[in-house]
Design a protein around this ligand. Structure first.
Ligand code: SAH
Ligand code: SF4
Length: 342
C-alpha cells in the first residue's frame, strides 16, 4: 500500500475528489481502486498504479485462542514490521467487545532496553504516517468481514513513538478523523520509554490520547541498567515532565512496570515504587516479563507478584496487572522483532 502520493495524484482533479478518495480507503476500507465506482475509470487506473492499496501482510494466529493475531507486514522498501490485534470480550455483548491494534512506529529501535526483543534487533528507520495507518487498516479490513471494527490503537509495537513524533501525531489525527477510521482519541495510547521532549510536546497538542510511561525501575541506577535512555533522561526529570503534562491536560498517566525475577520485584522495590507513584492521576500497570531469551532475565514468580501487589495496595497506589496476549506467537509486549526485518 502506498498512499504517500495520493495528494499529488489528485492534483488537477475536482477538489472534493481527494476527500472522496481518502474516505473510500480509510472509511469504506476498499482494497482496490477498482471498487471505487464513484471515481472516473481513468482515475481509478491511475490510482491503482500510483497509490496501490494492497497490503503485504502475513497473519500468524495464536494457537492458545483466537484472541491474538500477529501480522508481519512487508513495507514498500522490503523492510518488515510487526503489528498485533488483540480481541477483548469476544463472548460478551457487542458494546463490550474491543479490538485493539498494537502498532509499530519504527523498524527496530535505537533505545536498546535490556529486556526488549525490538531493542536487540537494532534500528533501520522510522515509519511514515501512512505506514503507521496501514497497520490499522490491515486489521480493520479483516474485522470488517466479521462486522467488527478497530476500537483502540496502542503505540506499543516496535520502536519509540516519541522519536518519530511528527508522523505518530499525524497518523493519530487521521485515525481519529470522522471521515476516516473514526477511532476516539481516548481510545488511542502512546507508550514511551521517557523521551521528555515528546511528553512536553504532547501536552500542547490538544489531543485527548492516553500517555503511558515505561518505568520498570523505581530508582536511577537500576533503571539505567535496564533502559540506557535513563542516563539521558533520569527518573526525576521524566516525572517532573509528567507532572507538568498532568497540570496542563488533567489526564491520567499510566506507568508500565515490568516485573523481572530478582531484579525489580522485591517488596523493597515495591515500596520505592509506591513512594514515587502515590500522586493524583498516576496509575501503575504491572506487566510480567514476556521472555525474549535474554540471559539472566526471567518473569517474576506468582508469589513475588502477589507480595509486590500487596505493598502497592497497602500504600494506596492505583494499579492493575496487564493481561498477557499472544505469548505463543511472540506477539506480546516486547517480543516484536521480525526475524526478516532487515
Ligand atoms: N518504545 C515504547 C513503546 C514500545 S514498547 C516504550 O518503550 O514504551 C511497549 C511496552 O512493552 C513498553 O512498556 C515496554 O517496556 C514493554 N516491553 C518491552 N519488552 C518487554 C517484555 N519482554 N515483556 C513485557 N513487556 C515488554
Ligand atoms: Fe525500544 Fe520500547 Fe523496546 Fe525500549 S522497550 S527497546 S524503547 S521498543
Amino acid at each position: 500500500m502506498n498512499l504517500s502520493n495520493l495528494d499529488e495524484v489528485m492534483v488537477g482533479e475536482q477538489e472534493y475528489r481527494l476527500k472522496q478518495a481518502r474516505e473510500l480507503v480509510l472509511k469504506s476500507l476498499i482494497e482496490n481502486w477498482g471498487e471505487a465506482i464513484g471515481l472516473p475509470l481513468q482515475l481509478r487506473e491511475k490510482l491503482n498504479k500510483e497509490c496501490p492499496l494492497d497490503i503485504k501482510g502475513e497473519i500468524i494466529q495464536s494457537e492458545s485462542g483466537k484472541d491474538a493475531l500477529k501480522a508481519v507486514i512487508t513495507l514498500d522498501d522490503g523492510l518488515k514490521i510487526e503489528s498485533v490485534l488483540m480481541k477483548h470480550g469476544q463472548d460478551s455483548a457487542d458494546a463490550e467487545k474491543r479490538n485493539t491494534v498494537c502498532v509499530s512506529s519504527q523498524v527496530g529501535c535505537t533505545m536498546g532496553c535490556a529486556f526488549c526483543a525490538t531493542g536487540s534487533m537494532g534500528f533501520k528507520r522510522s515509519l511514515t504516517k501512512w505506514e503507521i495507518i496501514e497497520q490499522v487498516i490491515f486489521f480493520a479490513r479483516l474485522l470488517k468481514k466479521e462486522n467488527q471494527r478497530v476500537s483502540n490503537v496502542v503505540f506499543m509495537g516496535m520502536g519509540e513513538p516519541f522519536l518519530n513524533y511528527d508522523n505518530v501525531i499525524a497518523a493519530i489525527r487521521i485515525l481519529n478523523d470522522k471521515g476516516s477510521l473514526n477511532i476516539g482519541a481516548r481510545k488511542i495510547s502512546i507508550s514511551t520509554c521517557g523521551v521528555i521532549e515528546g511528553i512536553r510536546n504532547l501536552a500542547q497538542e490538544n489531543l485527548q490520547v492516553n500517555l503511558a510511561i515505561s518505568l520498570h525501575a523505581p530508582e536511577d541506577e537500576l533503571r539505567s541498567k535496564l533502559m540506557p535512555i535513563n542516563i539521558k533522561y533520569p527518573l526525576k526529570e521524566v516525572l517532573k515532565e509528567v507532572d507538568e503534562y498532568i497540570r496542563k491536560t488533567s489526564r491520567q498517566v499510566m506507568f508500565e512496570y515490568l516485573l523481572l525475577k530478582g531484579i525489580n520485584d522485591s517488596e523493597e522495590d515495591a515500596e520505592k515504587l509506591a513512594k514515587l507513584m502515590k500522586k493524583p492521576l498516576y496509575f501503575v500497570n504491572l506487566i510480567v516479563y514476556n521472555p525474549t531469551g535474554k540471559r539472566g532475565l526471567e518473569p517474576s514468580p506468582s508469589n513475588n507478584v502477589k507480595l509486590f501487589k500487596n505493598v502497592l495496595e497497602k500504600s494506596g497506589v492505583e494499579f492493575s496487572e496487564r493481561y498477557r496476549f499472544g505469548r505463543d506467537i511472540k506477539a506480546a509486549c516486547g517480543q516484536l522483532a521480525s526475524k526478516n526485518s532487515f
